[in-house]
Design a protein around this ligand. Sequence first.
Ligand code: A2P
Length: 349
Amino acid sequence: MRKINVAVVGATGAVGTQMINMLTETSLPINQIKFLASKRSAGKTIAFKGQEFTIEELVPESFEGVDLALFSAGGGISEKFAPEAVKRGAIVVDNTSHFRMQEGVPLVVPEVNPEALKTHQGIIANPNCSTIQMMVALEPIRQAYGLKRIIVSTYQAVSGAGNLAMDELKQQTQAFLDGVPKDEIPANILPAGGDKKHYPLAFNALPQIDVFAEEGYTYEEWKMVNETKKIMEDSQIKVSATCVRIPVLTGHSESIYIETEKPATVSEVQEILTNAAGVTLEDDPSQQIYPQALNSVGSKSTFVGRIRKDLDEEKGIHMWVVSDNLLKGAAWNSVQIAEKMFEMDLLGK
Ligand code: A2P
């Protein structure tokens, strides 16, 4: 039986930690595994399946003999080191946005477009966390009724911005509860590490994720637009996004409005989603059942509820879609891509 050697890049990070969790329960036959991070972490240890592993500093030679490299250490690290991994024969599944829109790089949600994996040239991109859960929920509806338009507003958790941002939210929350005046609350990371101003997230909602780009939209919003068109292979589909950071640790929520080609009833959509891969329907207003960020934590599923017809538009449907952004939005989707590639005989030859 084929066995594969795996490297996790960014093994100490918020996503990297979850990648390791996902690898403990993967169906992939792992031969060797190594954990890579910055010089700061080199020498520390990580437990994996009851064994202690020493974290190594990431260098180009780290990838000698590696079949699969899972990257989640920031776009700059992927830009520099993913080609080094490919050069040494590894397949890279990259969780950053760096390669996503490049031609020849499949952008894959395994429930939606696994066939795209066949076109890879060494690097496969994992889509943006908010895009992934939206694709899982909408693709089954698109298959049945066609999809003309998507308008989405996100309510995104802070873990998407990494461990330091999570720590900062906890400190800010405590500072607020301790009565520290608003202007003295420490804020150094959000809304975007690379931007000029920083605001507290605790008890707040920030309508900016990543920096601003064209037409008044942020990069996060453009990611949702462009990635949707690439994954669905439909340049005509209309997509518009508003991305908002809220003080939730883990679990992205999305309010999604769609217009289908053919009209669909609520019960038809519910039935389609009940049978859809990767989806859990939680939709019973009479019992106050709907997806909640807190309940999504630790699950690989995408939860859908609050499905209702638009009051004016015959082909318009609203829904609420929630998923663990570190799992389906990142670590699980990456490991699932690797499992799919192994299944398709594209990995570990
Ligand atoms: P380290 O912990 O050694 O800094 P997060 O997304 O939670 O912010 O985590 C970022 C991840 O990227 C961490 O594992 C971090 O490792 C890793 N990382 C940051 N800079 C580098 C680098 N220069 N080389 C390798 N890994 C890095």
